[in-house]
Ligand binder design. Structure first.
Ligand code: HEM
Length: 582
């Protein structure tokens, strides 16, 4: 009976069913009489009177609910006070409908930064995204307040697909900070110098392949970046991209990255209710499960192989210790070891993809710009001559090659919008307040293409870096630095020194050995090399597959490359592994 009274009270409060002239006591008595009588019984003739009274509160209720919904939907995705300006919002979605697909996001962010300033807010449903488009904004928000701007936005699908272990997507936790510390020590400036001999040896295979099969330049670049990353993480090289182990890696990587591309699956993080959909209506669950099981299996095999190799004698110290050997000698607990070891896969993935993106952009840009290419080659020859290959130490004597490299990453940064950060508490910048859980975008592309900072920003002109340190307009006093391409704050790329060294070695050697020209259709005379605007819509910006002509600069180069590749076998032999072919 108590249950019925309380139910009756609730219904009375809501104005449902019960006419206003019946008191609770009457109801209690009534409910006692008709203990088993359902409320929904068809009213008798006498009770039609009740229905008349009932309709008025029902209408009130419906109006109230409709008003509530309208107010909720208007406020739900409105820009809160204190946020920076941004495009006008619409109910429920905020600015979501204005966001283009991946690959065009950087252009939209650039348009908004021109209109609203160096800090723009975007409402993504009830969530908030802030886009930073000046060196000062990045310094003040992400570098200086790094304690609160070093997490990552929720990424349910990446978590499902990588079991929560993907460093790039991991939130800022004690576990992540400990893995980062290990990685930074392993890949720090000093230890990156230890890897130079491997990078130089691997690059001689790259040169040899470009000399003998120039049409496969894209595969050769990918093999090179994959092999150098794999050596430093697992102590195992790959001599061909067609090896099943490598093919499998790229398949797994593409499947994983595909899941993370916005728009492929519904935005589960913006509408968390989607997480609870049964699997048959949520195809992403199966895709993530498959990706996770592939990643786990692949990683387990690789780390097992690395562990075995680490127990084999390396008496003559021919092999540099791999990341896996490094962490097995750190005295970590079982749990710490397996978490750090899992980070190895992220390292290999990041190492394979990013530097390949840079090198492919470099080749495309060189093919489209013969004049700066020739000037860089002359500089290299003046330092090195043509009787030996350039080495890392030579780079500091080549200001124009340095300028050319910087201009390539300025015009086509591998991460045009960085990797999103997320705030873990409130952050203030200028008069704005960025609340906890705000996604923070480093709008690198827009900074590199800001006409107030870079004159003729769309023109490939390495000379700008010869005139001023950062290639900016003369006399500008802004918080510029030359590693924006590696991100900012506490999540800055831990491999920037290794990456830089690799980029320098390969850039010098490619220019020393080859001429890159735009391909031309023999029949029509039409250029076949794509323009610079043809970039694949991915997280890391890669040119779409393109054709170009790669020709050896001279016969002297041929002899030196062949000899260097022969000599390299003694360095590379220490990392050869038959198991890889399995
Ligand atoms: C051209 C080469 C590269 C570029 C442009 C690049 C760029 C970046 C950027 C923009 C980030 C995000 C930083 C941030 O959150 O602000 C990042 C993170 C990262 N990079 Fe690199 N990277 C390169 C090469 C590499 C290489 C060779 C490796 C590994 C061997 C690597 C490993 C990582 C890792 C593990 C992270 C995640 C750090 C974290 O989330 O805490 N990167 N990189």
């Amino acid at each position: 009976m108590m249950w019925q009274i309380s139910r009756a009270r609730t219904q009375a409060r809501l104005g449902l069913y019960i006419s206003s002239d019946i008191t609770i006591h009457q109801l209690a008595a009534k409910s006692d009489e008709s203990r088993w009588t359902p409320y929904y019984k068809i009213p008798s003739r006498d009770s039609h009177q009740h229905l008349r009274f009932m309709t008025i509160p029902l209408i009130y209720l419906l109006v109230a609910v409709a008003l509530g919904c309208a107010v909720f939907s208007l406020r739900f995705s409105q820009r809160e006070t204190g946020l920076p300006p941004g495009p006008p919002t619409v109910p429920l979605v905020g600015n979501l409908h204005l966001l283009p697909k991946m690959g065009k996001l950087h252009l939209k962010f650039m348009e908004w930064s021109r209109k609203y300033g160096d800090i723009v807010s975007i409402k993504t449903g009830s969530g908030t995204m802030v886009v930073l488009s000046s060196p000062t904004a990045i310094k003040q928000v992400v570098d200086k307040q790094g304690w609160a701007a070093s997490s990552r936005p929720a990424n349910h699908l990446a978590d499902l697909a990588a079991g929560g272990y993907h460093i790039l997507f991991a939130p800022d936790t004690a576990r992540l900070r400990s893995i980062r510390k290990t990685i930074t020590r392993f890949l720090g400036p000093q230890s990156s110098l230890n890897r130079v001999s491997v990078q130089e040896a691997e690059s001689s295979q790259l040169l040899n392949e470009l000399m003998t099969q120039p049409e496969n330049f894209s595969e050769s670049i990918r093999r090179y970046t994959h092999s150098t990353a794999r050596i430093s993480i697992y102590g195992q090289r790959v001599s061909s991209l067609t090896t099943p182990g490598v093919q499998r890696f790229y398949k797994i990587l593409h499947r994983f990255l595909h899941i993370s591309v916005p728009g492929v699956y519904p935005p589960v993080d913006l509408f968390p209710a989607l997480k609870y959909l049964p699997e048959r209506y949520a195809p992403w669950i199966a895709a993530c499960r498959r990706s996770k099981s592939e990643l786990v299996k692949f990683h387990a095999e690789l780390s097992m192989g690395a562990k075995e190799r680490s127990t084999q004698p390396n008496a003559d110290h021919q092999r540099d210790p791999s990341f896996m050997e490094y962490i097995s000698n750190m005295g970590l607990s079982e749990e710490e070891y397996s978490v750090s070891a899992y980070g190895g896969f992220t390292l290999m993935e990041a190492g394979s993809h990013t530097i390949a993106a840079f090198l492919l952009s470099l080749i495309l840009i060189l093919a489209l710009h013969p004049e700066p290419q020739e000037r860089a080659r002359e500089e290299i020859e003046s330092v090195v001559g043509s009787a030996r290959l350039p080495e890392l130490d030579d780079f500091k004597k080549m200001p124009f090659v340095d300028a050319l490299m910087k201009e390539v990453v300025r015009i086509r940064p591998p991460f045009p919008i960085g990797v999103p950060h997320a705030t873990t508490s409130e952050i203030r910048y200028k008069n704005y307040v960025l609340p906890k859980n705000t996604t923070v975008i480093l709008n690198i592309y827009s900074i590199f293409h800001n006409p107030d900072i870079f004159e003729d920003h769309d023109v490939f002109n390495p000379d700008r870096f010869m005139q001023t340190k950062f290639g900016t307009r003369p006399g500008m006093d802004i918080d510029f630095r030359d590693n924006f391409l590696f991100g900012a704050g506490r999540r800055i790329c831990p491999a920037q020194h290794v990456a830089h060294a690799t980029m320098q070695i390969v850039t010098m050697r490619l220019l020393w050995a080859f001429q890159f020209r735009s391909a031309v259709d023999a029949q029509t005379g039409r250029p076949l090399t794509r323009k610079l605007d043809c970039y694949a819509p991915e997280f890391v910006t890669m040119p779409h597959p393109f054709k170009c002509v790669i020709e050896l600069c001279g016969e002297e180069q041929r002899g030196i490359i062949t000899q260097a590749f022969k000599n390299a076998k003694s360095v590379l032999g220490a990392y050869e592994n038959e198991n890889l072919k399995a």
